[in-house]
Design a binder for this molecule. Sequence first.
Ligand SMILES: [Zn+2]
Length: 131
Amino acid sequence: MPVWVLFFILLSTTFVDIDIKNSKVGNRFYFRPIQWMTKHRGFLHSVGAGVLFSLIVASFNLWAGFGIFVGYTSHLFLDCLTKAGVSLFWPLKWKIKGFIKSGGIIEEIIFVLFLLYSFFIIGKVILGYLF
Ligand SMILES: [Zn+2]
């Protein structure tokens, strides 16, 4: 896997939350029309949207599409662990829900663990290219 695919993975993990006005990426004014058309954890938080965006990007570059798919689905998977849950198969209303409270201490601990693991993986990939 080329190293630059990590950029697309990271991009798509944050992109999913453009459907919420007070998220770090969704607070940009140019995402307002998307927020008016969709509700939070609606279409953009579905497997269908992930596959659609991945295929669109993959039509330009296969590795970039793969990166979008990995990042998008990992975001959906982690949102499924929260109490609010996600309608993965939107427009079906059936939600997959977990036990983690968004913004709670368990979410913070998981975030730090994934962050450390991400640094480990990125470091391993970079060192693999250097040596
Ligand atoms: Zn989300």
